[in-house]
Structure formats: C-alpha cells, structure tokens
Design a protein around this ligand. Structure first.
Ligand SMILES: N[C@@H](CCC(=O)N[C@@H](CS)C(=O)NCC(=O)O)C(=O)O
Length: 255
C-alpha cells in the first residue's frame, strides 16, 4: 500500500518501535507517513487518557511527556516531524514524499515548520480546554486563529493540487493530520475555503489516510462529541506491527 494504493511489498524495520496514541494528530502523521512509504515497525499504544504517557519508562525516553516517540536502536526521537523525516531519509528509497534535492526538500521542511510552529499550537490551544478542563466549546479567539490558518492554506493551494506543489509529500501528510483533526473542532467551510476543502477530500481518499488516520480521527471525534473514551477495551499497551494495523483497515486487532 503506497500513496496510490500500489501493492508493493512492505519493508519491516526490525529495530524500530513507535509509541503512539491514535487520537493524537502528531502520531497519526507518522503512521500515515509509514503507510505511504510502505514501511512497517512495531507500534505500541500509549493511552493518554489513562496517563500512560507519564509512566516512568515513557518519561525516560521523552521527558516532554508527549507522543509520538520513535526508537531506532539507540536513537530516540520525540517529535513527529523529526521522526517522519528521519524515517523517510533513512529508509524510503522512492525520493517522492521527501525529495532529496535541496529545493524540493526545503519546500517540505517549510510546511513541517509551519505545522509545528503555527498549526499545532493553534490546535492545542483550541482542544486542551475541551480534553482536560471540561470545557464544551472552542473559544472565539482559537476559532479565529484556526480560521486564519485555513486562509493561509487556501492561499498556499492557489494554483496547486498539493501544498507542496505538483505532488503529494510529507508536508501534505503532516498538515493533513493536524487539519483533519482541527476540522472536527472548527469545520473547514467549503464556501470560504474551497481549495482547502477539496485538498482535504483528496487527502481523505489516499490509502494511507484510510489505514492510518481514519480510525484515530473518529476516536477523537467521539471523545470531543461525548467526552467519552471510545472502545476502551481496544486500548492495549501491547506491541503490534504497522502491517497488522494496515491489514485491518486501520482498526486495532491483536497480532
Ligand atoms: N510537536 C510535537 C507535539 C507532540 C504532542 O504535543 N503530542 C500530544 C498529542 S497530539 C501529546 O502527547 N499530548 C500529551 C497530552 O495530551 O497530555 C510533535 O509533533 O510530535
């Protein structure tokens, strides 16, 4: 399963483990990148709602207490953007989703910095009061800020199918994880942001979006709509492979 759903064989990264939570957009961006590159590794679910990201073994790897975390032999990375670019530059041979030429690469980096510096902080300001402070609504200022991002992205998409230009890259994948999640809180208005809305639809049709984003997104939506944690019995802190996740269409099942 590649970007266009091709049936090339998956490469298993035997030394790599990813600690992640499906409802987290940062984690889903890495999972989508893995699926787009046909890479598999061991995935371990960490339940943020049960505070598992504060367990000593997780904090030892990431004192910032955030997910995702990647371990490749002795290397530990604790930022989704660094993780995805590391995996792509080390293990992806296609040179497609992370171009090797400096100009193409800089366009992707630009989007990743935009996600990390602008989109993610605006998303967290909007969602944390709902997730952790019993707030039921997104406040007016965060709505305004998120809509400013939608306007930025609408401008970036003028004359382009993809945020990175003529083909889909890690930049699109990363932004799609954040925006598809922000969209649950502050819906992308089709009339005001037609290019962004169409781009999000195109992204949602990609095979990797179905296998790696859809389930976590509906878990997140359910959490926001009801305040409840869906499918509690599905949260298991046991390893499974990326391949298993993909073969079940993004749903969790035992290996
Ligand atoms: N810039 C970091 C952000 C990571 C981050 O903040 N992750 C969130 C989940 S999306 C988290 O772990 N939050 C902890 C919490 O909700 O308590 C990245 O992209 O990896």
């Amino acid at each position: 399963m590649g970007i266009a759903g091709s049936k090339t064989l998956s490469t298993t990264l035997h030394n790599c483990t990813l600690w992640k939570a499906d409802r987290s957009p940062a984690c889903r961006s890495v999972m989508m990148a893995l699926d787009a590159m046909n890479l598999s590794l061991t995935e371990v679910d960490v339940d943020i709602d049960k505070d598992e990201h504060n367990l000593p073994e997780i904090v030892a790897m990431n004192p910032f207490r955030t997910l995702p975390i990647l371990k490749d032999r002795e290397l530990i990375l604790r930022d989704s953007h660094a993780i995805s670019t590391y995996l792509a530059s080390r293990y992806d041979e296609s040179d497609k989703i992370l171009p090797q030429d400096p100009a193409g690469r800089s366009l992707v980096d630009q989007l990743l910095h935009y996600d990390s510096g602008i989109l993610q902080p605006r998303y967290y300001v909007s969602v944390y009061p709902i997730l952790y402070e019993n707030c039921r609504y997104v406040m007016p200022q965060p709505i305004e800020d998120i809509e400013k991002s939608y306007q930025d992205l609408e401008t970036m998409l003028t004359g382009h199918l993809w945020l990175s230009g003529s083909w889909l890259t890690l930049g699109d994948i990363t932004v799609a994880a954040t925006i598809s999640t922000s969209n649950v809180l502050v819906p992308v208005d089709k009339q005001r942001f037609p290019l962004l809305s169409n781009w999000l639809y195109r992204m949602s049709e990609q095979a990797f979006f179905v296998t790696a984003n859809k389930k976590g997104l509906s878990e997140f939506t359910n959490r926001i709509d009801t305040g409840k944690i869906s499918g509690l019995n599905e949260f298991k802190k046991c390893p499974r492979s990326s391949l298993t996740r993909r073969s079940t269409g993004g749903t969790l099942s035992e290996t």
